[in-house]
Design a protein around this ligand. Sequence first.
Ligand SMILES: Cc1ncc(COP(=O)(O)O)c(C=O)c1O
Length: 384
Amino acid sequence: MRPGDELGGSTGGNRSLAGSLRTEATPALVVDRDVLIANVVAMAERARSAGVALWPHAKTHKTAQIAALQREHGAAGITVATLAEAEYFAAEGFDDILLAYPPVGDWRLARLTDLARRARVRVVLDDAGVLAGLIEACRAVGAVIGYLWEVDCGTGRLGTAPGEPTATAIAAAPRGPECPFQGLMTFGGHAYAAADDAELDRAAEDERNALAASAEALRGAGIDCPVRSAGTTPTAHRMRTGTDPTITEMRPGNYVFYDATQVALGLIEPPGCALTVLATVIGRPDRRRVILDAGSKALSAERLTPRAAGFGLVLGHPELTVERLYEQHAIAGAPHGSDLQVGDRVRIVPNHACTTANLHRRALVAENDDVVDIWRIAAAGPGG
Ligand SMILES: Cc1ncc(COP(=O)(O)O)c(C=O)c1O
């Protein structure tokens, strides 16, 4: 039986169990517990065999129960993108937090320095003025917050150019005992644009080379660089086994769930995806169209790679392509027809698990089609 097959049948049969994917309201976010645990364990093993510390990016799930699993399996701490995420996880007892986002704005500085009373926080930045603001804010309240400097390895988001430009910027940046320089961070997000495996390999090499060249230039300037943090889910899959002297930490996030993008990139097969959106067929206007109740308010509308067809994978229904999303409707095309009937339920692996989870307030935790728990998705929203 393939995942999703168990939901077949035109009305879901005559079972009416409370806590069943056959009866829960749709659309609903579903986490397959066994697959999730397998993903957490496998990435922990990757980090161990590469000899790097695992700092998983928790923006993917924003869920204390999943972060607890990651910690149980060896995560040294967690990475977050927003202060709301950092505050939520600190309140849940996670006290080693990397905020991989520059602390720009008085409101961010106020909340960050306040957070530093409750957790060991490091922050990422790439600008001397931002660092000066952080030092001043820490000095005012007696906080200590270390920082990683971001190097751009080719993504073209934040970060200074690798090598000498980065070392020069760090050497010229203000200093203060309140904000010790702890090392470098890079983000190989361009891996998602890889057209093939060779380009994906190159993105992982870009991360490694950017860190190596910058650490080398810093050494030349007499600056020690103990932390060298890299990683996305695709590049984490390219981490070398055996101790890698270039990288000391990695920060994959998406891997807890994986998604249709990672399937398209060749990292995982659909059964390895732990996150799905449970949807109901609400219309069959013709042979070639299946209308589902999971639109862009339930499934992320992103197309992170042109290698993914449509807006998600309908498990157990390879005949379908999710071609269009309205807010509350998905239009799935079936060029050769489909047996699905109005009332049937399906599970859709979204293109982007992280932004899909961010659309929901809770996740049904499933074993097969039994709901065994419900987890809150905390700190969901645009940021802040
Ligand atoms: C700074 C940073 N590190 C790590 C990650 C995790 O990457 P992925 O979602 O591919 O696991 C992200 C994702 O956006 C990120 O922005």
